[in-house]
Design a protein around this ligand. Structure first.
Ligand code: FES
Length: 124
């Protein structure tokens, strides 16, 4: 792997994570915590348009670790930065876990969401 960053935090700001659950605030908190906790410039955050995990959002993926955090709230961000990005400890309570029971039809993802996980995209 030739990732140019020591850690890369991808924050979904797609229609469900962003529009319905305001993940823009999660991204703002990451930016603030990077400064507050003096993270090195080798740690980068990028907003993404959809990971195809919409019903679990707001979702955050950390590379190169391949860790997915779900239902992330702004108040969780300081802990993610301190524990995961600085100390290298995965936060179990925030880990993505696929639901055991199928999602009821009324909660099916919108087009471009979970039904097509291969079409995710990132951008600034
Ligand atoms: S909108 Fe965030 S995973 Fe689809």
């Amino acid at each position: 792997m030739n990732l140019p960053f020591s850690k890369h935090v991808l924050i979904c700001t797609g229609p469900r994570c962003g529009g319905e659950r305001n993940s823009a605030r999660v991204r703002q908190e990451f930016r603030k915590e990077f400064v507050r906790q003096s993270l090195p410039a080798s740690v980068k955050e990028t907003q993404c348009i959809c990971f195809g995990l919409c019903t679990y959002g707001p979702n955050v993926i950390i590379y190169p670790d391949g860790v997915v955090y779900s239902a992330v709230k702004p108040q969780d961000v300081a802990e993610i930065v301190r524990e995961h990005l600085i100390r290298g400890r995965v936060i179990q309570r925030l880990l993505f876990k696929k639901r055991e029971t199928p999602t009821p039809p009324s909660e099916e993802p919108s087009p471009g969401g979970e039904s097509d996980p291969g079409s995710s995209s990132c951008g600034r």
